[in-house]
Design a protein around this ligand. Sequence first.
Ligand code: HSE
Length: 444
Amino acid sequence: MKPIQVGLLGIGTVGSGVFNVLQRNQDEISRRAGRGIQITMVADLDVERAKAVVGADIQVVNDARAIIANPDIDIVIELIGGYGIARALVLEAIAAGKHVVTANKALLAVHGTEIFAAASAKGVMVAFEAAVAGGIPIIKALREGLTANRIQWIAGIINGTTNFILSEMRSKGLDFDVVLKEAQRLGYAEADPTFDIEGVDAAHKVTLMSAIAFGIPVQFDKAYVEGITKLGAADIKYAEQLGYRIKLLGITKRADKGIELRVHPSLVPSKRLIANVEGAMNAVVVQGDAVGTTLYYGKGAGSEPTASAVIADLVDIARLHTADPEHRVPHLAFQANTLTDAMDTLPVLPMSEVVTSYYLRLRVADQAGVLAKVTGLLAEAGISIDAVLQREADEVGGEGSTQTDLIILTHDTREGTMDAVIAQMQALPTVLAAITRIRKEELN
Ligand code: HSE
């Protein structure tokens, strides 16, 4: 059979990886796909650099639309990134009847509903294994491998930059700003790391996993997003003393009233495997009713790990593109006509309705009755305490007045209830600074 023809939009780090791995492993890949897979056109604004990567035999253009207009191209790989031009080009490629492979989590998390609808109408595939956790085949696992299960929850370390920063903060006792600068120097963090450190990148990824796990449309606008910029080295140290590590988790969970969808720093028991995922590595835990707990671990970024995922999508498309579209795996795992109805039965819950447990750190005056007042407020709200840690007092005020850190771990409660109690605690005259609240996930 004639090789399937691929056009590549953007040949940076990931695009070069796709080109190199396809070349290196072409025999094995075509034995698996049942036909050859050939990149025959590349579009990049830097034509000379692109030519240096792909050589003279492949047509390099600076206009992505020349690829979309080429009737010989079967699959377009979008590796431009962002919501702007990438959205227009993906929609144009779909309109031209091309299958699309993309690593663009931002695009799909925000515009997925529009893009998947356009693809369904046109009978083409939009594949995005590389968009979540890079080289880890988590989309394949959720959409296909775990298809028998009612998924209960997913928790993932799905941003390598922030996991690297948190690992360094913990192992070296350094503050966030210092480690961020080091991560930028080493090339782990982008010059503008906002999407990573503010949790937005992880929220894009967990939004996609949530849709696939629960059969709901992608709803990034309803995700709760909190990054790691306010985390202090002291909290990482206290958490460790209590038997926990702090990780930036993307969490989506089936609750009684709907779906939790959130990204925030979380205390995770140190004994859990996922708590020991360090450096820039990614890991995702999925809990299904039939399978129990499963864990997926690997590189979430980088040239060839991400290329591994992109090429897996190319092979899927090479195998399935002649199949009747109704018999392919649906874009979001569930049949498209069932997604919108599920928005009513499985709404994404506001953060106030989320149920979890908490780490609280209060800077308090070291006086009689302070602990009793604070714990009294928790008791009145029906929040049960799991552990309390009080540090030795520091002498900071005049005339021997002292302050101390009071750390409280709670059992599960509603976030809205905890918000009200924190406001009451904050109003106590003996609470001397803004209260730190970090959510805690036992993951059992
Ligand atoms: N910037 C991401 C990370 C990789 O740090 O994991 C691409 O999503």
